[in-house]
Design a protein around this ligand. Sequence first.
Ligand code: ARG
Length: 569
Amino acid sequence: MDYKKIVAQRIKQLVDLDIVVIESLIEIPPKPEMGDFAFPCFQLSKTMKKAPNMIANDLKEKIEKEGFEKIECFGPYLNFFLDKGVFIKNTVEKILEEGDSYGSSKIGEGKNIVVEYSSPNIAKPFHVGHLFTTVIGSSLYKILSFEGYNCTGINHLGDWGTQFGKLIYAYKNWVDEQALAKEPIKELLRIYVKFHDEADIDPTLNEQAKMYFKNLEDGSTEEVRLWTKFRDISLIEFKKLYDTLNVKFDSYAGESFYCDKMDDVIQDIENKGLLVESNGAKVVMLDEYNMPPCIIKKSDGATIYATRDLAAATYRKKTYDFYKNIYVVGKDQSLHFNQVFTTLKLMGNDWADDCKHVAFGTVRFADKKLSTRKGDVIFLDELLNQAVAKTLEIINLKNPDLENKEEVAKKVGIGAIIFTYLKNGRERDIVFNWEEMLSFDGETGPYVQYTYARAKSILRKVEESSNKPADDLVLDYNKLNSKEEFELVKQLEGFQNSILHAIDKLEPSMVTRYAIEVAKAFNKFYNQHNIANLEDESNKQAKLKMVEATCQVIKNALNLIGIEVVDRM
Ligand code: ARG
């Protein structure tokens, strides 16, 4: 039940304003003493040629009051006080009835959205920045799908480019097959780094690497075989990580997928008269837009990153007929996407306006040991393992008898990392701090998960200690009349709104923040009210329903950001 809509409809019956306008005017009063919704009468004052205070007063007399405790005037405002009992009953029952789909809708029905995320580079370690795009993208995918959009998740693997010539050279000269079998990505990184060191001493290595890449582009068997091997072993590693994080993709079409699709795009750019020579390279000039040119072909004739993105966007439009095409990529690539989108627009593609770069900030570690590893690379499996191990230590202290501790530590530890990434606006930089992110209180993943487990334990305890309520017991929601209860249920009612905001801004953090607010509201309730000792059975059962609804909402919210709940911790 959307109360704002109800308020708007009641007002609509009395005034000559569009319902959409009325809805947009309705405010949430700053203090609970001023009710739950307020309608300002200034705008009506102009058309009705009456003082806004008088209009508010008139409306107050005439308006239909059913479902509201009272409707009052505060100067030029008409303020609505919900009938708390009815509101709580309706909200709680709706949540329990809809269960896992509470908060979802069909607003996206019939609209296709492409979400590109993760997109690590083959033969290179998956780093903390890639984890950032992975969790944001995966969450957006879930959020958009929940609201009915038809999403396609794409992993635009960095699996093409001159670096593969270097890697082939390095492989042929220095690989340690045993190490490769054991820790493939580490070994590939080692020889890749070695290539750069050696090429500093002997630059002719670069020429040989170029030759290998040329052979690869021409489809020469040996080079293609090696490239495929690098890609395969890297993917096996990446997929392990995706499994741990429960992240999925509908397509792994990476940069190499567009090799045979670039000529058409380049031809198109040329036909439109946009292709210009510049220092031997072929470019699209963007001075008019205050940007450096978008390079289409390098002086040696090789295509580059941007060319592949132009081909990829064109392919996605043709294949998925997208309503929005979203790229979850670090903000250091803003210029690149601006160049690509502007070029697409210049080519006459109106849909270029539907391409969105969803940018995010950088990640650092407060823990020096982690950030100064060889080559400044943090291995993600190490990061995740540490999170789980540290969580296990905390559980061993707090709840040593817990069953399946390892499994809980995994969900909570990995959840803590995901939560840290998604807690603030995505463009903000992150500094990881173990103590902070694993804390059970504060705005953390473990805090929200702990709140859920606590709520579950209330339900368990009451169920174990008391008799089943009679089937014909009527629950009395009017007894849930404390401030804490009303505030909690108001939060629960706002779930969908927070999801819609998250979609509007492409910001999963709005759902994360929402989960924190629900947890806070629940804990306020929990600290003030004891359910187990209540004598009045109909009050007690109503409160339990509210607790159950809280669990459901926390579960749904965490689910959308990729975190699983645990019943005990
Ligand atoms: N592979 C790139 C990197 O690791 C990110 C790819 C971003 N996506 C794109 N369509 N350009 O930096």
